[in-house]
Ligand binder design. Structure first.
Ligand SMILES: [Zn+2]
Length: 166
């Protein structure tokens, strides 16, 4: 893997994609991993809806049942994910991006939102293929690309580890 000048190459999660977004523990606002996380979707749902959810599985379930606030919150998360994937596409121009994480449970609905957001900003050529990967598929993969994606797209785990930065 490419570690870069200060060992922080590939830290796309802390690139701010929404300057008015929530404060991240890194000190910036609207870091990609803040706005594209399941936590962000839960927070925005709980702010907008009288009904409250305690985790992403409840939220996904509500969206499957057609709850408009749930669909909106997850769509916003998918858009944020797609916007962040532009960074990766611009940096390394991958042919294929595999996404893991909770939102892939409803990939039929939200995958196209991610893809559309990503495709909206291509400088040239077609956007990378975007596919949801199951855990089994991920286990077969190895190498830096899979690691990178796993670190930044598997958002039900808190992938932000301050310890690595210390
Ligand atoms: Zn941050």
């Amino acid at each position: 893997m490419h570690s870069g000048y200060n060992g922080m190459a590939g830290e796309f999660g802390h690139v701010s994609i929404d300057p008015s977004g929530p404060l991240c523990q890194c000190g910036q606002k609207g870091c990609w991993e803040m706005v594209a996380s399941s936590r962000a979707a839960i927070r925005s749902f709980n702010e907008a809806s009288r009904r409250k959810v305690k985790d992403i599985y409840e939220l996904l379930q509500l969206s499957e049942e057609g709850d408009e606030n749930a669909i909106e919150a997850l769509t916003e998360q998918a858009r944020a994910l797609g916007r962040g994937l532009r960074l990766i596409t611009a940096s390394i121009s991958p042919e294929l991006i595999l996404v893991v994480g909770d939102i892939t449970a409803s990939w039929d609905r939200f995958g196209p939102v991610v893809a559309q957001e990503l495709a909206a900003s291509m400088l040239a050529g077609p956007p990378p293929l975007l596919r949801a990967a199951g855990d089994a598929e991920l286990a077969r993969l190895s190498g830096s690309a899979a690691m990178l994606m796993q670190r930044h797209a598997s958002y039900h785990r808190s992938t932000h580890d301050a310890s690595r930065r210390a």
